[in-house]
Design a protein around this ligand. Structure first.
Ligand code: BTN
Length: 266
């Protein structure tokens, strides 16, 4: 495996904007590292070979073995109020798809709100956290992205078909430094676009990769679970769920799972 290397990442970066890159062999969590730093009003990026306490959504942990995958966080001053960030996490999963499809990993899809999947198996997840300032407009966002790159899902646990890696899809090991540089590039592009037009600028891109559309799903949140047919997302990235009476309901947070269709012969 090629180790993470600061010079390599910066070399592959196609733009020259000021950013501070922090690389670690081992860290508790790249998100926590950036969240706990004082604000500098500039972009900071943190990646590690291994996380001892990688964090996922809803307090879950994120398995982060040494040297295999990407554990990436970016802390970014947005210059807008946090209330303008509806759909931000969905946009991040589109950035991950763009980055990985460049490498020949396709077809990739999204599972609302922000899992990237291949053949119904999870390839990448993202955890967006806010660092809120008293002056709301100076609040910053920490974007945490975990991508399974070189882990071999067959080798690690042949019974676990719930996740996959870029290696499983393209059949070869990939240089994480190049992926990280491409990720930073696409992130920068997409965030600029988001800050101008919000999530509505990404709806058609979302629709093209929405794995849940027209499928029976369960939405889990604090007051759920709710069952219905997924009908895509609205202008703010909220999930649209149709109940058995045909009524539409909107959800801004939660987790989803697709219900298995029961074949009549089984
Ligand atoms: C999820 O799907 O539950 C989100 C997973 C997010 C994992 C990434 S790995 C880099 C960053 N640091 C963390 O502790 N978590 C995120």
């Amino acid at each position: 495996m090629t180790p993470l290397n600061k010079a390599d990442i910066l070399h592959h970066l196609s733009f020259k904007k000021p950013l501070t890159l922090h690389l670690f062999n081992q860290i508790d969590s790249t998100n926590l590292f950036l969240k706990n730093r004082p604000s500098t009003g500039t972009v900071h990026i943190c990646c590690a070979e291994e996380q001892t306490h990688g964090r996922g959504r809803f307090g879950r942990s994120w398995y982060s073995p040494f040297g295999e995958n990407i554990y990436f966080s970016a802390r970014i001053p947005l210059g807008c109020e946090p209330s303008k960030l509806s759909g931000f996490g969905l946009m991040i999963s589109l950035v991950v798809i763009k980055t990985l499809e460049d490498l020949g990993a396709f077809p990739l899809q999204v599972k609302w709100p922000n899992d990237v999947i291949w053949n119904q198996r999870k390839l990448s997840g993202c955890l967006v956290e806010l660092v809120v300032n008293k002056s709301l407009i100076e609040s910053e966002v920490v974007i945490g992205i975990g991508i399974n790159v070189n882990s071999n899902s067959n080798q690690e646990n042949s019974l676990d078909a719930s996740w996959c890696s870029v290696y499983d899809i393209v059949g070869k090991q990939c240089d994480r430094n190049i992926i990280i540089a491409r990720l930073i590039h696409h992130l920068d592009d997409a965030i600029q676009k988001f800050l101008i037009d919000g999530f509505s600028a990404f709806i058609s891109e979302w629709q093209a990769v929405d794995s849940l559309y027209n499928h029976p799903i369960t939405l889990y949140n604090a007051s759920g679970p709710y069952q219905g047919i997924a009908k895509g997302v609205d202008q703010e990235g909220k999930l649209v769920l149709q109940d058995t009476q045909g009524e539409l309901h909107l959800f801004s947070s939660g987790d989803t799972s697709q219900q298995k269709m029961h074949h009549p012969n089984v």
